[in-house]
Ligand binder design. Structure first.
Ligand code: 13P
Length: 287
């Protein structure tokens, strides 16, 4: 059964480790992430962007697929199904469809409007026992066509949103989605420290987990980050393994064109990436 992300993140914050949010794109992604979480006895959050939701034929299809897998694969670790960077309408649709967690990304609204919409969604999520993530300060880079500048959040605004009763808070600290450019200035630990001082026990979320050096990840966890989002890195490892399979001509040998064979190296590569991240984040054995 899907669970809210609240318990797993409260434990992560107290235990100074982070739970990974891995974005899903299809059946292979979902299966690889769930099997790895189960094998490593780690809690996990499956992230679904609005674009990926559409691609997978809508939120209800996603809920059906994930619930089916939890049962048929015998998954016992805590799993949350979470809308990533949701619009106000998207958040409502996922609540209806049976997600167990949502992110409402109101970072592009003026703060008053972000507050009003977040408040309304917090009330609905509380009533349904769902977790809700809010964002302050846009996360840079491009995700599903939304381009952000990678700004640092205002700690006072973070406190204002945290006080609305959200479960977890994403604060921009110079992080960006996708690959980091050569001249990236790194994470702003000064901002993170200031945000944590004002928000106390609130689990903080680090987006753009792909390509952040290990020492920065560890420092971010020590300063209150309890959820780290990873998307691009699984895509890159899947693409790399699939390319190698095709370039080696394996699809032309025997029944190598069978999708169950052709997609297997990519699916294994996702498992390896997820394992590496769970070990780095410290969530192994915490389920
Ligand atoms: P990356 O694609 O950079 O790993 O970011 C993922 C993310 O933050 C999803 O919200």
């Amino acid at each position: 059964m899907l669970v809210s992300a609240k318990d797993m993140l409260t434990k992560a914050k107290a235990g100074k480790y982070a739970v990974g949010q891995f974005n899903i794109n299809n059946l292979e992604w979902t299966k690889s992430i769930l099997l790895t979480a189960e094998e490593l006895k780690s809690p996990v959050i499956l992230g679904v962007s609005e674009g990926a939701g559409k691609y997978m034929c809508g939120y209800k299809t996603v809920v059906g697929m994930v619930n089916g897998m939890l049962e048929e694969l015998g998954i016992t670790v805590p799993v949350a199904l979470h809308l990533d960077h949701g619009s106000y309408e998207g958040a409502k649709a996922c609540i209806e469809a049976g997600f167990s967690s949502i992110m409402f990304d109101g970072s592009h609204y003026p703060i008053e409007e972000n507050v009003a919409k977040t408040k309304e969604l917090v009330a609905i999520c509380n009533e349904k026992g769902m977790s809700i993530e809010a964002e302050v300060g846009s996360i840079g880079g491009e995700e599903d066509g939304v381009v952000g500048a990678g700004e640092c959040a205002d700690p006072e605004e973070c406190k204002m949103i945290a006080d609305l009763g959200v479960t977890m808070l994403a604060a921009g600290i110079g992080n960006i989605h996708g690959k980091y450019p050569e001249n990236w200035a790194g994470l702003s630990f000064e901002t993170l420290d200031a945000v944590q001082k004002l928000t106390g026990d609130m689990p903080l979320v680090l987006h753009g987990g792909t390509g952040i050096p290990e020492d920065m990840i560890q420092k971010a966890i020590s300063l209150g980050v309890s959820k780290i989002n990873v998307n691009t890195e699984c895509q890159l490892s899947f693409a790399d393994a699939t390319r190698k399979y095709i370039e080696a001509g394996k699809d032309l040998e025997g029944k190598g064109f069978d999708p169950r064979k052709l997609l297997a190296p990519g699916a294994d590569a996702i498992k390896a990436t997820v394992k590496e991240k769970m070990e780095l984040f410290g969530s192994v054995g915490k389920a």
